[in-house]
Design a protein around this ligand. Structure first.
Ligand code: C2G
Length: 445
């Protein structure tokens, strides 16, 4: 029996895929088809698959051409599979001509003619897109636009900044078609808004955009009061709009996998979470200006609050803050939370430096995420018996904003999309900021 193997993503399954599988099948008696996992596609830079791995496996199965289907989940698996299954022929489309010649050492390599005029990328581009208008053209916006180019269905259609000169420079640099003179003009040229203005303007812009019927992705920190957060969510719910907070950590592959592993009790009961985010900042920076709501808490607390609330729930009993102040703002704050059956703490600092790692302590072991944990592609699960330790890598490509943009667009285009940061988590983050601003349990060092 002559065994043939081929691999693919098979996203938005189309005639080109079918033809390839048919041609591969005709090369032998038994066809094995390897379907890539979502994570493997992420690792090799395929960001935008529309179908998940199960849907793509079903599409291949429905052709009736595959005698066996395997999932492809790591680089180098092709060699393992060829040897494991005793494959005679590796077949793939001619767009890969030469790329897999190294497999000739293990079996015959055949490049089959690619079907012209159709591709998953082309089909993805024919799908609906989301026109995003940007409010605020500061540094994060300069990172957001290039990242959005990696998300098929996201188009940056307009930008607004009260400083028209800055806005023109920004739109010129990124060839953004509409340089909005005011918010009405911005809203007329988009159906979703990314708010990247200074955090003390977020509430007003989010409310304005929602009332204008626009989906909203708001930079962190979202808002500084529970009441404001509740009001904004209520407007979004009434108008059936997506309201998301752009806390990029929540959307990254490593953080998502870490959350799933902890929920599967890989370290038993989680008893303590500790995370630090310190970035020494020039004293003249607006981030340390009390007139602009500056300070370590307002700038960085949203990051450690995410894992604390994600891993322990948002229903903490109490919180105490210990702050070192300078020029009216906290240059360092340590916060300690009491939960029913756990504790948590974080350290944030713009004027004090410490190790930027995260640890999650459990009854069976612990997780260590090295600095900068908030944009990590790597973490370790460690046990008493170090032979059981495990290391996990998940890609974090470039600025990592593409993951949140992809989620934002998916939430807009698909019904009932699961939000990575829940409403209660966002409400509680606003509550913590409000407690701090109101000096509740705040002790100055
Ligand atoms: N294909 C084709 N004609 C098209 C489109 C795709 O013959 N118009 C072939 C590709 O050459 C490939 C298979 O269909 O052999 C699956 O294509 P994709 O789903 O795009 O998978 P790809 O990214 O090519 O991954 O490990 C995975 C392999 O590297 C293939």
């Amino acid at each position: 029996m002559k065994k043939v193997i081929t691999y693919g993503t098979y996203d938005l399954f189309h005639q080109g895929h079918y033809n390839l599988l048919k041609r591969a099948k005709d090369l032998g008696d038994y066809l094995i088809v390897g379907v890539t996992t979502d994570n493997f596609d992420l690792e090799r830079g395929k960001m935008n698959t529309c179908n998940n791995v199960m849907e793509r496996i079903e599409a291949v199965k429905a052709t009736g051409l595959a005698d066996q289907i395997v999932i492809e989940e790591y680089c180098g698996q092709k060699i393992d599979d060829i040897q494991k299954y005793g494959v005679d022929i590796f077949a793939i489309g001619s767009d890969w001509e030469g790329y897999f010649d190294y497999l000739n050492e293990f079996c015959q390599v055949v490049y089959l003619p690619r079907t012209q005029g159709i591709s998953s990328t082309q089909l993805r581009q024919e799908r609906p897109t989301v026109n995003i208008g940007i409010i605020g053209t500061g540094s994060i916006a300069f990172r957001f636009v290039p990242e959005s180019k990696n998300v098929n269905s996201a188009v940056i259609s307009a930008a607004y900044n009260p400083d028209m000169g800055e806005n023109m420079v920004f739109c010129e640099k990124y060839q953004i078609p509409v340089v909005a003179n005011d918010l009405d003009e911005l809203y007329a040229n988009c159906n979703a808004v990314y708010i990247a203005s200074p955090h003390y303007t977020h509430y007003d812009y989010v409310k304005s955009a929602l009332l204008a019927g626009k989906h909203v992705l708001c930079e962190t920190p979202f808002v500084f009061s529970m009441a404001q957060a509740e009001e904004l969510y209520q407007i979004a719910e009434e108008k059936k709009l997506v309201l998301m907070v752009a806390l990029k950590t929540a959307y990254t592959p490593a953080f998502g996998h870490l959350f799933s592993l902890l929920k599967s009790r890989i370290i038993g009961d989680v008893v303590e979470v500790n995370a630090s985010v310190t970035t020494l900042t020039d004293e003249s920076s607006e981030k340390l200006d009390c007139k602009h709501f500056g300070g370590s808490m307002s700038e960085n607390a949203c990051f450690p609050l995410l894992p604390i609330f994600k891993f322990l729930g948002a229903d903490y009993r109490n919180i105490n803050f210990y702050s070192k102040m300078k020029n009216g703002v906290d240059i360092f704050t340590k916060a300690v939370f009491r939960f029913d059956h756990a504790v948590a703490s974080f350290q944030v600092g713009l004027g004090v430096k410490t190790e930027g790692c995260m640890t999650v302590a459990g009854t069976k072991g612990y997780v260590y995420v090295p600095a900068p944990w908030w944009k990590t592609d790597y973490f370790e699960v460690r046990y008493e018996d170090q032979n059981l330790n495990k290391k996990y890598f998940y890609p974090f490509v470039e600025e990592g904003l593409r993951y949140e943009i992809k989620d934002f667009v998916a939430a807009i285009l698909s019904e009932g999309y699961h939000h990575q940061i829940s409403k209660i988590e966002n409400l509680k983050m606003a509550e913590v900021q409000e407690c701090y601003i109101n000096g509740i349990n705040v002790y100055r060092l």
